[in-house]
Design a protein around this ligand. Structure first.
Ligand SMILES: Cc1cc2nc3c(=O)[nH]c(=O)nc-3n(C[C@H](O)[C@H](O)[C@H](O)COP(=O)(O)OP(=O)(O)OC[C@H]3O[C@@H](n4cnc5c(N)ncnc54)[C@H](O)[C@@H]3O)c2cc1C
Length: 484
């Protein structure tokens, strides 16, 4: 880090920093990049971590295995994001993959999503699912009040019992009735009974559904290498790592770091979790709204580095879902398939990354989770022998998934405008708490679009119109902005 730059900014208390950013994840880096492009060079970015990337960072362990915080698949709804990615890594540094996503249940692999491939189920389960699908066509249900009701109305009781209820609880660590029904959008495949019957008769699979049926991954360094490269394109003395914000004085426009440094600002772009932001700024008035509106789950990521090769039926897969209770994880990624460089020698090793969700409703004992995951990997036949393990890795993300809870939108509608009146703009996966727009492309664009709004008066789309953000691939500038 450039000492002159640091000295300049630690003295900025009187002469406020025009743009202060908290967080060097995709959102903060998107904001910084767009500030530079708009000619606003007087910004400073603070991050508590040792490297840029936030939840999209990667880590190398002592045995040279590379790990992400859960299998990160890069998908883009935006031309702007594509350009930024092309700029970050050269063409040679990207690998392209066709999605191979599967479900392991009833001792077999079934292509994802299950609702499109129920013909692969054993007869009793198949019958139960089909009965449910017929029921819902016979007796349409009233508008759903929550995600559980939406699932029941859309898929019927059979699919709910067989897969959707257990799987969703495992992923969210909250019961589906605690989630709202509005976030769903493109993220859950709906079923067409006619097509389901045709696939049953002809025994054909549907594995093409979804927004991310092809994806790109960095050749070296995991997902985090993207965000390191993005950060490296910005002035280094304006990004202060190892700098945790401990206090936010909203009225006086000052943040204080854990080591006592103070930074005055004109505008604060905060990408730290919104509940933490309210806590460090002593906004007790929002305590109850935040407690009930800002539900979340934590994510345990377990990496298993193995010698040899995966079993043939695991070898070609990207990721797999696990709804049953014979393992604690809901998803496993064959991470060595994303890049051979995720393991030290692809001819000798392979790697798996497994995700376990945690909340007060689904407690996880950190001390036991590694062992439980290994046992689960054996139970589900993902790995054959414990002796093949050459390394293990465990990472706990306190804030992992922002739950789209029933009272979330109500809470955001009060908190976000209040903060904005005080020149605090909270954006990003946990800054805005909108799961439906919280992937890397969305988060990055939230940062970009916020700057466009504040500098050029343009309307933010990703943050406030998730359906439109997810509906099309967006040109740059956005079509909705017209010539403004
Ligand atoms: C298990 C899992 C799987 C995922 N899979 C995918 C996927 O397949 N595809 C995809 O596109 N996305 C995926 N994501 C989402 C992706 O990680 C996020 O979109 C992205 O990281 C969000 O960026 P952000 O900048 O909003 O927040 P973050 O990445 O959380 O960054 C916030 C930053 O703020 C910093 N910070 C927090 N508090 C403070 C403080 N007090 N002081 C200073 N700094 C602070 C943190 O250190 C962090 O660097 C996944 C996430 C998880 C958890």
């Amino acid at each position: 880090m450039n000492k002159q730059g640091l000295a300049k900014h630690t003295q900025a208390h009187d002469g406020r920093i025009p743009w202060l950013i908290i967080g060097a994840g995709p959102t903060g880096l998107g904001a910084a990049r767009q500030l530079e492009r708009c000619g606003c060079h007087d910004w400073l970015l603070l991050d508590a971590g040792t490297q840029p990337g936030g939840l999209a960072a990667s880590f190398s362990d002592a045995k040279d295995f590379v790990w992400d915080i859960g299998g990160h698949v890069l998908f883009s709804h935006y031309d702007y994001f594509d350009q930024a990615m092309d700029e970050a890594l050269t063409k040679d540094n990207w690998l392209s993959h066709r999605r191979e996503s599967w479900i392991w249940m009833r001792d077999r692999f079934i292509p994802y999503p299950l609702q499109n491939n129920i013909h692969r189920l054993p007869p009793d389960d198949l019958n139960h699912c089909l009965q449910g699908l017929v029921d819902i066509t016979r007796s349409p249900r009233p508008a759903p009040k929550n995600f559980k009701e939406w699932l029941e109305a859309t898929f019927g009781p059979g699919l709910m019992d067989v897969f959707l209820q257990p799987y969703n609880f495992k992923v969210w660590a909250h019961q589906p009735e605690a989630l709202n029904a509005k976030w769903v959008g493109e993220r859950v495949a709906v079923t067409d009974l006619g097509k389901t019957l045709k696939r049953l008769v002809y025994q054909t699979d549907d594995s093409t559904w979804g927004p991310n049926n092809t994806f790109q991954f960095p050749r070296h360094g995991g997902t985090g290498s993207i965000w390191k490269a993005c950060a490296n394109r910005l002035p280094p003395d304006q990004i202060l790592l190892n700098t945790r914000v401990a206090k936010l004085d909203i009225g006086r426009h000052i943040v204080t770091t854990t080591d006592g440094r103070e930074f005055g600002y004109d505008r604060l772009i905060s990408t730290m979790p919104l509940d933490d932001c309210l806590r460090i700024s002593d906004q007790a008035r929002f305590a109850s709204l935040a407690e009930h509106g800002l539900l979340f789950s934590s994510s345990h990521i377990i990496g298993l580095g193995l010698q040899g090769k995966p079993r043939p039926d695991v070898a070609g897969k990207c990721w797999m879902y696990f709804p049953e209770d014979n393992c604690p994880f809901y998803r496993a990624t064959v991470f060595s398939n994303y890049s051979p460089n995720n393991v030290p020698d692809i001819n000798r090793y392979w790697s798996l990354m497994l995700e376990v969700s945690e909340s007060q409703n689904r407690p996880v004992d950190s001390a036991c989770v590694l062992e439980d995951v290994i046992q689960g990997a054996l139970n589900t036949k993902l790995i054959e022998r414990r002796e093949d393990l050459v390394t293990t890795w465990h990472y706990r993300a306190g804030h992992g998934y922002p739950t789209p809870g029933l009272q979330r939108d109500e809470a955001l509608a009060e908190i976000i405008p209040f903060l904005e009146q005080q020149d605090v703009y909270s954006r990003g996966r946990f800054g805005l708490w909108k799961y439906e727009v919280s992937n890397q492309d969305h988060s990055f664009m939230q940062g970009v679009e916020l700057v466009e709004r504040l500098v050029n008066g343009r309307k933010e789309i990703t943050a406030f119109d998730a359906d439109h953000a997810n509906a099309v691939k967006h040109p740059w500038p956005f079509a909705r902005w017209g010539n403004s």
